[in-house]
Structure formats: structure tokens, C-alpha cells
Design a protein around this ligand. Structure first.
Ligand code: SF4
Length: 126
């Protein structure tokens, strides 16, 4: 099986990432593909923060369980990050690459911060 470092994945074209996901993704042949779209734990007005966080943690555990053994997990996560970087948050749903939507959004924010910091550093150095 092809094993790629995260830096390598970042540079793979979306078409290649998509090919890996289509060929190897466990959810593609699952009996219940809707399982990868569990109800999102949106916070209701009267719910305590602790209860809401517990529901988010349960969702994250479900994501880990669903994707834990998938050989396309790294490619799937990278593909999701590349695609979701172009979308509004309200369009991002479901489990991808073993992560919940808000986890992927946090990863994207971190990636953006690192990219800007790298660009700033390069500007200072030049
Ligand atoms: S990592 Fe999860 S969502 Fe992605 S292809 Fe594999 S099983 Fe499907």
C-alpha cells in the first residue's frame, strides 16, 4: 500500500486524492453510508456547555470509529480540507477523514495561520 507523509499529501492533486478515496474508502462500500452523516451536535439554547461538549466528543469518537481502519483516511482528510477551504462553514457536514466538521475547520484555520506566518517570515527574510 502506498504510504505518504502529510507534506506529500498536501501537494497531491485533488484528482489523485479523489481516486484514492474512491478506490479504497471504506464508506464507499458500506451498507449504511449515511452513518458518516450523524446528526450534528448543534447547541440548543437551554443546554449546558458541558452537555454540548459531551455530545461533540461523542461525535468525534464516532468519526474515529467509522474511519479508523480506512486505508484512504489521510487522502480523504486532505481532499476534504482542500475542498472545504473554498466553502462556507454552513456547507461543511459529515465525517471525513476521521474528523468532525468543526475539527476540519480548526485544521483549516491552523493551516491558514501557518501559511500566513510562513509568508510573513519569507517577506522579512527577502
Ligand atoms: S476516511 Fe472515512 S470518510 Fe474518508 S473514505 Fe475513509 S471511511 Fe470514508
Amino acid at each position: 500500500m502506498l504510504s505518504l507523509a502529510r507534506q506529500d499529501l498536501n501537494t497531491l492533486a485533488a484528482a489523485e486524492l479523489s481516486r484514492q478515496v474512491q478506490q479504497q474508502g471504506v464508506c464507499r462500500t458500506a451498507d449504511d453510508p449515511d452513518a458518516w452523516f450523524p446528526p450534528e451536535p448543534n447547541r440548543s439554547g437551554r443546554e449546558s456547555k458541558e452537555a454540548w461538549q459531551a455530545r461533540r466528543a461523542a461525535y468525534e469518537q464516532t468519526a474515529e470509529r467509522l474511519c479508523g481502519g480506512c486505508p484512504a483516511r489521510a487522502a480523504c482528510l486532505e481532499l476534504a480540507l482542500q475542498e472545504e477551504a473554498k466553502l462556507p462553514r454552513t456547507w461543511v457536514h459529515g465525517v471525513q477523514g476521521g474528523k468532525a466538521p468543526w475539527q476540519r475547520q480548526a485544521m483549516l484555520r491552523s493551516r491558514t495561520r501557518h501559511s500566513r506566518a510562513g509568508q510573513a517570515a519569507a517577506g522579512v527574510a527577502s
